[in-house]
Design a protein around this ligand. Structure first.
Ligand SMILES: [Zn+2]
Ligand SMILES: [Zn+2]
Length: 336
């Protein structure tokens, strides 16, 4: 039995353990917040890093999930621009201080006091959640909740990574999952060529990359047929950094798109020499969100989604871990 002031949620009680199905009190929108009835919530590799304890500052017990699409149920005091019934997206960046040198210089993604959805505040692996309205986005027209959810992290982080990769035409993607399948659509629309690198021997992943429009797909240790202008690494494997540096031309960029990566092995300076650069992408700004969510329907970006019910969050995360998902995994919470 569930009381009407309760909700079902999947909860991380201790890192390293499975999520537990729990009944939690229905959250209430505080000043400046929205209460959302969750329709769908994407799963992301960052969720694995939280569950596994590789990200060490979760607010426990925690409802994970930071690619939330929900219907506004109620609005707190002082909220402007959102109304009950709106379909809204909630990303990883859940709040910033607004005052630090990063916030004041257009780099709120680096805010010293940022709070993150599904990490320091409860996320969308639940029937309801609250979110700071100032960090929510309207879901673009024409996107059902399930299709929109992966835009909110895979899409946004992929978009920011592509911007940091520069304007070069030949772009390599290491790890062809949720982010890469969205970036590919943006990059093709911009007239670029995509080179996809997957786990060794992952024929299905390579076929999927070619179906999405990659002009070449191979194993991560392979050299592509051309020198790349840039490479984006989405897989959390440090050994891909020297591999990607070797694949890019002089002056090329290597962008690490993940929040956590295993140790990068030492490498000879000559693969960085020639003004190659290596940079990480941290989080997102609200401007990234506004830009990308305006762009997505123009392309239009289509997400390939595998849906799971909320109660199968652990199975969904396991499938992501095993590399079994083609495109993005999404928890479908409210029959969306
Ligand atoms: Zn994410
Ligand atoms: Zn700040």
């Amino acid at each position: 039995m569930i009381h009407e002031s309760q909700m079902h949620a999947m909860v991380l009680e201790r890192p390293g353990e499975l999520l537990k199905a729990r009944k939690l009190p229905l959250p209430v929108a505080a000043d400046g917040e929205l209460l959302l009835k969750v329709q769908a919530c994407g799963i992301c590799r960052t969720d694995l890093h939280v569950v596994d304890g590789e990200l060490t500052e979760p607010h426990l017990p925690l409802v994970p999930g930071h690619q939330i699409v929900g219907v506004v149920e109620s609005v707190g005091k002082g909220v402007h621009g959102f109304h009950p019934g709106d379909l809204v997206g909630v990303p990883w960046l859940g709040g910033t201080c607004g005052e630090c040198k990063y916030c004041l210089s257009g780099r709120e993604n680096l805010c010293d006091l940022a709070v993150f959805t599904g990490y320091q505040r409860n996320g969308g692996f639940a029937e309801y959640c609250t979110a700071n309205a100032g960090f929510c986005f309207m879901v673009p027209e024409g996107y059902p909740a399930t299709q929109a959810a992966p835009l909110l992290c895979a899409g946004l982080i992929g978009y920011r990574s592509l911007r940091l990769a520069g304007a070069g035409k030949k772009v390599g993607l290491y790890g062809f999952g949720a982010a890469a399948h969205i970036v590919t659509q943006v990059a093709l629309w911009e007239g670029r060529e995509l080179y996809a690198f997957t786990r060794e021997g992952d024929g299905d992943g390579q076929r999927f990359a070619r179906e999405m429009g990659a002009c070449w797909a191979g194993g991560a240790s392979e050299r592509p047929p051309v020198d790349l202008d840039a490479a984006i690494i989405f897989a959390p494997a440090g050994e891909l950094v020297p591999a990607a540096l070797r694949a890019v031309r002089k002056g090329g960029q290597v962008v690490c798109g993940g929040i956590h990566m295993s140790a990068i092995p030492s490498f000879p300076y000559d693969i960085l020499w020639g003004e190659r650069s290596l940079v990480s992408v941290a989080n997102l700004t609200r401007q990234d969100g506004e830009e990308f969510l305006a762009l997505a329907p123009r392309i239009p970006v289509r997400t390939e989604v595998t849906g799971f019910p909320l109660c199968q969050a652990n199975e969904a995360l396991a499938a992501l871990r095993e590399g079994l998902l083609e495109g993005a995994g999404v928890l479908v919470v409210d029959g969306a």
